[in-house]
Design a protein. Structure first.
Length: 89
């Protein structure tokens, strides 16, 4: 998973945590049929779990390497070039 997607997952999880906390602790409305506080607790829990998963993915992918190798067999007189890059976070 790319670093950009992991950061996106982290941002989305923070949004879920904020929405869940607002529904759980700040809303004082009572409804029939479903509980807004239960929905807030579910969103809060899912947000925290997603944030922890994104931290684990970020830690595991911290030392990834990218290797680019160009195919030059069809170009006369060209030399093969390999670029290796270490993606440190």
């Amino acid at each position: 998973m790319s670093r950009r997607r992991v950061v996106g997952l982290m941002a989305f999880s923070l949004v879920l945590v904020v929405m869940g906390a607002v529904l759980e602790f700040a809303v004082t409305v009572t409804t029939k049929g479903f509980s807004i506080h239960t929905i807030g607790a579910i969103l809060l829990t899912v947000g925290v779990v997603a944030f922890v998963v994104s931290l684990v993915l970020l830690a595991l992918g911290a030392n990834s390497r990218t290797v680019v190798q160009e195919d030059v067999r069809s170009v006369p007189g060209a030399q093969q070039r390999m670029v290796e890059q270490q993606d440190n976070f």
